[in-house]
Design a protein around this ligand. Structure first.
Ligand SMILES: [Fe+2]
Length: 326
């Protein structure tokens, strides 16, 4: 299926991705990973929950860690432009017979949960409590110096369907990988905020969350994180990289948290705000699409991901095999 034409006048206005809630089995271990190692800032915490933000973020949280018995991913949060967008979004999802549940979320204004047609849990809101800026408080910078949440990447059992749905919501495709033999999409990168993506979809057993990514100032911050992880007991949590992606052109590293949730550290993609930006097409057999340079991805990177709470997974129909490290 060809990539759809961009929908420049979607039914409601999504500003950007905002936050995700991850269920973790041991908050102390997770705190050691996200706060002491990655360097995210704690904005609130109790015995059940830790709220985190990155250094540039004014909103209260970009990750919520919630203690639970079965690690999983919960809602992917998106910020809407205004109250009118929230009303229009509710009507849109109800019109598709998708669930709409209004929920109480600390530090957020009126919020509803829904799911996309594959079962990915989503939540939409307009305002989050604002905190004083800390981006120039350099004494607070630690770990990899995370500046802001950048994107989610999800396994999808049918990437064509995922792209069609998010295109309706106004996400514009910047890059995609096509299986030349079948003409189907293997993966696609779609944005709202003017970077390469807010959401990406990769073919595989899904829906599952493949990773959540954070933007960092320079590649050197990634090298510093590797040195830190290698000498503080986290070396086996380094999964892939460092390297340079073909798609997005970002310098990258993938690490796994204590429960296996995958975090990408991501540096320097490019601006995509032009409404007529042409998407870049990649062949699934091109080894430089994922890794312009660097070691090939390990099998775990293609196969493992976080289950979404309450979502049934199904196998993808596409069986094409990308290039896996030996
Ligand atoms: Fe990514």
């Amino acid at each position: 299926m060809p990539v759809p034409e961009p929908n420049l006048y979607p039914p409601f206005n999504i500003v950007r991705l905002s936050h995700v809630e991850l269920v973790v089995s041991d908050l102390t271990k997770s705190r050691a990973f996200y706060v002491d190692t990655l360097g995210l800032q704690v904005t609130d915490e109790d015995s059940e929950t830790i709220y985190l933000r990155a250094m540039e973020e004014r909103g209260h949280h970009c990750i919520v860690l919630r203690k639970g018995e079965t690690p999983c991913a919960r809602d992917l949060g998106f910020k809407l432009f205004d109250e009118e967008s929230l009303e229009k979004a509710e009507a849109f999802f109800r019109g598709k017979d998708l669930p709409v549940d209004w929920v109480e979320r600390p530090y957020q204004s009126k919020t509803f949960r829904t799911r996309d047609p594959h079962g990915v849990p989503l939540e939409f809101y307009v305002k989050m409590d604002r905190l004083p800026p800390i981006h120039q408080q350099y004494k607070l910078y630690k770990g990899v110096k995370p500046l802001r949440i950048d994107h989610f990447n999800c396994f999808s059992p049918n990437v064509d369907e995922s792209v069609a749905f998010y295109n309706e919501l106004g996400f514009r495709v910047t890059e995609y990988t096509e299986d030349e033999e079948t003409g189907h999409l293997w993966a696609a990168w779609c944005h709202r905020k003017g970077g390469v993506h807010d959401m990406a979809f990769t073919n595989g057993l899904g829906p599952r969350l493949h990773h959540t990514a954070f933007w960092v100032p320079t590649p050197l911050n990634i090298i510093d994180l590797l040195d830190l992880m290698a000498t503080t007991g986290w070396v086996s949590n380094i999964e892939r990289g460092p390297g340079r992606h073909g798609i997005s052109n970002a310098f990258f590293l993938y690490v796994r948290d204590p429960d296996g949730h995958r975090i990408e550290i991501y540096c320097s993609d490019y601006q995509t705000v032009d409404p007529d930006l042409e998407p870049i097409k990649w062949d699934l057999k091109d080894p430089q699409r994922q890794t312009l340079w660097g070691a090939p991805a390990p099998r775990s990177w293609f196969e493992e991901g976080s289950l979404f709470e309450g979502a049934e997974t199904r196998a993808s129909l596409m069986r094409a095999q990308p290039i896996v490290a030996p």
